[in-house]
Design a binder for this molecule. Sequence first.
Ligand code: PLP
Ligand code: COI
Length: 362
Amino acid sequence: MATAAQFTRLPHPAPTAAADRAAVLADPGFGKCFSDHMVCIDWSEDKGWHNPVIGPRGPIALDPAASVLHYAQEIFEGLKAYRTADGGIALFRPEANAARFNASARRLAMPELPEDLFIGAIRELVAADSDWFPTVEGGSLYLRPFMIATEAFLGVRPAKEYKFLVIASPAGNYFKSGAPAVSIWVSDYTRAAPGGTGAAKCGGNYAASLVPTAEAFANGHDQVLFLDAAEHKWIEELGGMNLFFVFSDGTLRTPALTGTILPGITRDSLLQLAREEGLTVQEDRYSLDQWRADAASGHLVETFACGTAAVVTPVGKVADRTSEFTIGSGGPGQLTQKLRARLVAIQRGEAPDTHGWVTRLG
Ligand code: PLP
Ligand code: COI
């Protein structure tokens, strides 16, 4: 069984030239450019996790019958490494990503990965690609651990062979529009139903969100919002972010974790920070109709989206097929900005880490 200490390190024959890398790092965008290295670890029934390798990033060979290509047996995570003010590197709550990865693995009938191997793999990759941190304000190295079913078999049952990989992508802002707040499209489609895979971070959930997302873009919006499957009434989450609501009495509200939404690590962190601020926090259900009415009456003053990629992003406008409404003044609200600043300061090592959330990589 592989351990974090046993990685085989393959040298890169031709790393990216410094000038080309600098150009990327000055304007990375999100998810479109990649570092030089990757981690790969294999799993089989007889050997368990074995053959951990850090080496040059490149195409992987897959049998055309590999289960992932047919039945989408795939899970992933997303977390960021930050350059801290003192020149070090930090990860934010990587144990939480490791735990969620294993929860996703259980739901998708895949083998769990020991936390030390998950974090060890990330350590290896960040060490190999430590010169891939963006130079832009708010930049980070986005890490994408994922697992795929590689067994060549077309029967429908859990595969008997898997690969775990980690790639890294220098990242700036998730939303390319420079707008102060994003615009949300309420979809007629459903993302997840009770008993389904909504709480797992599996590729299939995102495949199902692509038509609704394309529809959001076609209608001029930045993100898609999904309502519950049964009544098409209760707010669940966005295509890739959780949602929070701020009321004029200072209450903060977010949909409860009912099994159909992703348990966001940013969501959990913000809930803790808000409670420490003395805010009243409610995790319960909130309907689209009530949201619209509360925005109109002024009871609702802010809404924001949160997630690793998007951090904390204000929502300014909401639309569905028949109506449209604006949140507050349509720009970033005060509490949104305050919570964002508190979170970012902790992530970047600029504020004390009183929760034990930050893992320093040296
Ligand atoms: N919801 C969905 C569907 C997501 O893809 C993400 C992003 O990972 C989130 C919520 C936010 O989760 P986290 O804060 O852990 O990044
Ligand atoms: C993340 O925030 O890490 C996500 O996974 C959101 C999206 C890029 C899928």
